[in-house]
Design a protein around this ligand. Structure first.
Ligand SMILES: [Zn+2]
Length: 112
């Protein structure tokens, strides 16, 4: 009846949200993934081989000031996108909390 339908809907929605969050995490991980290890001697933007003085550890690998700027812009853009996605996730979570409250209300007080 009514109650179990609500519970099914809640479970389905929960799985849906979990899948969406996992998918987003995958996208972000791909975006922030540093170049493969064997590309360590190459510019992270244009792929040109780096000379010794330009080598950096981590993600800061650029062959020139222009490439460093483009790299920084890319990181900034990714950060901005991530902030937007986090805001969306917060909104989704709030909506989900409200939905759960509605379900709880519909089911009434439980003894458990
Ligand atoms: Zn470059």
């Amino acid at each position: 009846m009514h109650r179990s339908w609500l519970r099914d809907r809640a479970a389905a929605r929960s799985a849906e949200v979990r899948d969406q969050v996992a998918e987003r995490a995958r996208t972000l991980r791909t975006r922030f993934l540093p170049p493969p290890a064997d590309d360590g001697e190459r510019c992270g933007v244009c792929g040109r081989a780096l000379r010794g003085q330009h080598r950096r550890s981590g993600t800061e690998r650029a062959c020139s000031a222009a490439c460093a700027r483009r790299w920084a812009e890319r990181v900034e853009e990714a950060e901005r996108e991530r902030a937007e996605q986090e805001e969306t996730e917060r909104a989704e979570r709030r909506a989900w909390e409200r939905w759960r409250a509605v379900v709880a209300e519909a089911e009434g007080p439980t003894s458990s």
